[in-house]
Design a protein around this ligand. Structure first.
Ligand code: NI
Length: 191
């Protein structure tokens, strides 16, 4: 009986520990890290330049046929819904296709979604470092119906990083603008 009680107490403690561990986000240390890239206005920027502000980051490419435009539209609309709170956020679009996404191309593209969306590109090695830090999937492929133009398969998560540069939360593809605003709001209100 005592052994059984001890076991139950242990089980309860273990469940409590698990619950606590889950409130500290288990993804917190998985996403993020240093990057050094070129902005669409030609400026060199690093992650350090955005300390003190939230970064809302999306990885994609301007020739993406369907996924990127939807997610960037969502990002732009969510920021509009957040009104003044959105001023705490620096939205960033990091290309996964630096070969074709030169600064002049990505700037116009990004700003069609939000006037403050800063588009970043760089050498392939610089982009690869950012891709690795954020655990972004990035694979080139050749479409059967358009073999002259490669595509880039990529993961489609929108990351919110805190003023300390650390991961806060993310939103998957197909999140609505309303839902994204709702996800971001408590972090921005606290931070
Ligand atoms: Ni895309």
């Amino acid at each position: 009986m005592i052994a059984r009680r001890a076991f139950l107490a242990l089980a309860a403690a273990s469940i409590a520990t698990t619950a606590l561990a889950q409130t500290r986000d288990p993804l917190a240390d998985r996403f993020g890290g240093p990057f050094s890239l070129t902005a669409h206005d030609g400026r060199r920027v690093t992650d350090q330049d955005f300390r003190g502000r939230f970064m809302l980051i999306y990885f994609g490419y301007t020739r993406c046929p369907d996924v990127c435009p939807v997610d960037l539209f969502t990002m732009g609309e969510a920021l509009k819904l957040l009104g003044k709170l959105a001023e705490k956020v620096q939205p960033l679009f990091i290309t996964v296709d630096p070969e074709r996404d030169t600064p002049d191309i990505i700037g116009d593209y990004a700003q069609s979604f939000h006037p403050r969306l800063l588009a970043l590109t760089g050498s392939n090695a610089e982009v690869e470092a950012a891709v690795r830090a954020y655990k972004v999937h990035r694979v080139k492929y050749t479409p059967a119906n358009d073999p002259a133009n490669y595509g880039v398969d990529h993961s489609s998560l929108t990351y919110l990083m805190g003023p300390d540069g650390k991961f806060r939360t993310l939103a998957p593809h197909n999140t609505t603008p309303e839902r994204m605003a709702e996800i971001l709001r408590p972090y921005l209100e606290r931070g």
